[in-house]
Ligand binder design. Structure first.
Ligand code: ATP
Ligand code: MG
Length: 312
């Protein structure tokens, strides 16, 4: 039995001839931070808007807490908080008024509402800006305020569409920390981005979309292992690397050899055991090897090999 709080089954959405989503299925485990990644036009916003209940899919199912939510918009809206990829802030309101407005829209009674707002302002580190006009907040603060807004009705699931776009590095770090704090509080978070390194740090699992198709899903390590049958080895010899490069070229499972900065870089299609055999063979041939290692396949490479960097 899985413990998915949120499940997407066979989701399909076409805009005329464009397939924004084509039979996309994935599951978001309860309490996880889940990344939805893909290049521009991959279908991330479409998927999140459907999950938020603001866009009708052509087909497929959304299951929240084991329950198909189709006809039950009320249950659905109560479970989900959505932060869209555009700024929905009202510049003439203060931070407090802004959150209060949305709290009232959800029908949250006064006392509960003011308590929730104080709690959220603290969480988003905006307590000192409670009576500041929204237009006077920094971009990072406005972004955190939008997130606070998405939490006003205390949903279990948060959908964040490219929340870090337009933020400077420091604001990105602060935003990531906020996401982590929310996870600690038990929220399940689905977050989209086309910037992978950003997600690799905070996500437990990811789904990779390209042109409306799901090309991979699962934890980052296992996706990496599955797609990178070709690994990169870096071998540093004592002395002239070109001789070593020549020797390596003749070894089994070696696809390509390059020399850069005194290091021999090898594209290698063998297993770990075969990499160990390569090292043994080189030592036997009399090379003095200072270091021998696999360059970690990072998420960026995995992503590029999966999506070929294509946009739609
Ligand atoms: N309202 C619309 N009408 C027509 N086509 C649309 C509409 N919204 C999205 N599309 C198309 O659907 C595809 C998926 O778009 P979507 O916005 O979901 O992608 P995305 O992954 O969020 O991209 P981005 O990284 O640019 O935000 C794209 O080809 C886009 O042009
Ligand atoms: Mg988008």
């Amino acid at each position: 039995m899985n413990d998915y709080l949120l499940e997407v089954r066979h989701l399909t959405k076409h805009y005329g001839k464009v397939a924004a989503l084509e039979d996309v299925s994935f599951g978001v485990p309860r309490g996880s931070v889940y990344g939805l990644i893909g290049p521009n036009g991959a279908g991330k916003t479409t998927a999140l808007r459907i999950l938020a209940g603001v866009l009708e899919p052509d087909g497929g199912e959304i299951v929240i807490g084991g329950r198909t939510v189709d006809g039950d918009k009320r249950y659905w809206a109560g479970k989900i908080g959505f932060m869209p990829d555009f700024f929905g802030v009202y510049p003439d309101l203060t931070t407090y008024e802004y959150l209060d407005f949305f709290g009232r829209a959800y029908g949250i009674p006064y006392e509960e509402r003011t308590k929730a707002i104080d709690d959220l302002l603290e969480l988003a580190e905006l307590g000192h800006k409670k009576h500041e006009f929204v237009q006077h907040l920094s971009r990072g603060m406005q972004q955190r305020l939008c997130l606070a807004r998405a939490l006003i009705h205390d949903p279990d699931i948060l959908l964040l569409d490219e929340p870090a776009s337009g933020l400077d590095p420091r604001a990105r770090v602060e935003f990531r920390q906020l996401v982590k704090r929310l996870q600690v509080r038990g929220k399940t978070i689905l977050i989209s981005s086309h910037i992978l390194m950003e997600l690799s740090e905070i996500c437990d699992q990811v789904a990779i979309l390209e042109k409306g198709h799901l090309v991979a899903a699962g934890d980052i390590d296992s996706i990496g292992k599955r797609v990178t049958q070709v690994r990169r080895l870096e071998i540093k010899p004592l002395g002239d690397p070109s001789k070593l490069a020549d020797a390596v070229s003749g070894e089994p499972k070696v696809l390509d050899v390059k020399v850069s900065d005194g290091v021999v870089q090898v594209e290698f299609s063998g297993s770990e055991k075969e990499a160990a055999a390569l090292l043994r063979s080189l030592v036997r041939q009399g090379f003095d090897i200072i270091s021998f290692g696999g360059a970690e396949s990072d998420l960026e490479e995995v992503y590029l090999s999966l999506t070929k960097g294509e946009t739609q």
